[in-house]
Design a protein around this ligand. Structure first.
Ligand SMILES: Nc1ncnc2c1ncn2[C@@H]1O[C@H](COP(=O)(O)OP(=O)(O)O)[C@@H](O)[C@H]1O
Ligand SMILES: [Mg+2]
Length: 198
């Protein structure tokens, strides 16, 4: 069931990871989406209630803790890195941690030296994080919240992400979002920046 009716651009779970589903009553993709959404709302409340600096957010510990808070009721592997290859980004699992650390360090340097506008720093963080794909699942949702938390820490308004019109499901908004990510894979961030502020 877990890999049935996957939204476009979603990563299928391995049988091992699928076994990590905590609620036992879930039988459809719709139920799973709903259950995860409630869990994510709780994680979001936890994340938003504390005032944090960019350095509080841009480190591996915080990335893991946020994923755990978003998915702790849903998946036994919440807050743990994936252990196998995926076809987004092609980053081998052994180097996920070091890649994520490099990304956090880069983002801190971009802020310190004003290398890019603040929106672009947050979007670069989001894009490279989904490209690294640290987790078995939830990478899109986690890295969008990471970008929003960084904006909050920088005193900027949060992104609207195409008005979040069902970004996790099949929708025109999701098609536009994935097209923008693929352009960003080639180094052109303009469509993703527009999307995030729509
Ligand atoms: N070509 C791509 N380049 C970069 N990121 C991508 C690409 N295709 C998909 N993604 C990202 O991967 C996410 C899907 O990974 P997944 O772990 O299933 O996240 P979630 O469960 O939160 O949707 C998408 O939401 C998107 O953010
Ligand atoms: Mg997914």
């Amino acid at each position: 069931m877990i890999n049935d009716e996957l939204p476009i651009g979603a990563t299928p779970l391995t049988p091992d990871d699928a076994n990590g589903l905590i609620p036992k009553h879930i039988a459809t993709r719709g139920q799973l989406d709903q259950f995860e959404s409630r869990n994510i709302q709780q994680g979001l409340l936890w994340a938003m209630k504390t005032k944090r600096t960019p350095s509080d957010i841009l480190n591996i510990d915080f990335c893991l803790k946020l994923h755990k808070q978003m998915f702790n009721k849903s998946w036994s592997w919440a807050g743990q890195f994936r252990k196998y290859e995926v076809n987004i980004g092609n980053i081998p699992p052994e180097i996920v941690a070091v890649q994520l650390k490099n990304l956090c360090d880069d983002a801190k340097a971009w802020i310190e030296f004003s290398s890019y506008p603040l929106d672009e720093i947050a979007i670069r963080l989001h894009h490279r994080m989904v490209y690294i794909h640290p987790f078995p699942n939830g990478n899109g949702r986690h890295s969008r919240i990471m970008a929003d938390l960084l904006l909050k820490a920088l005193g900027q308004p949060l992104f609207t992400w195409g008005n979040k019109a069902n970004l996790t499901l099949q929708s025109q908004s999701r098609v536009d979002y994935l097209a923008a990510l693929r352009l960003a894979d080639k180094g052109d961030l303009s469509a993703l920046l527009d999307y995030a502020r729509t």
